[in-house]
Write a protein that binds this ligand. Sequence first.
Ligand SMILES: [Zn+2]
Length: 77
Amino acid sequence: MSATSDIRTASQPAPASTRTPSHEHAWVTESRHRTSEGDVLYVRCGGCRAQRIDLQRRSDAPPTALTRSISAVGNNP
Ligand SMILES: [Zn+2]
């Protein structure tokens, strides 16, 4: 009665982001729009085609992500 295989059933803690890509995104700026808040950058990953929107408040400051990366994989409900 002990022929069950050793399947790991221990529940692993889920990461903060459910869909963590297996690679580091290579964001490429597709378009840039100047607004009163700063420059809005529309970026896309050249690897997985995920999209993100960044806001660069100053030209000498790094942009901050307005949105999380949006996966291009079709997993709509
Ligand atoms: Zn990517």
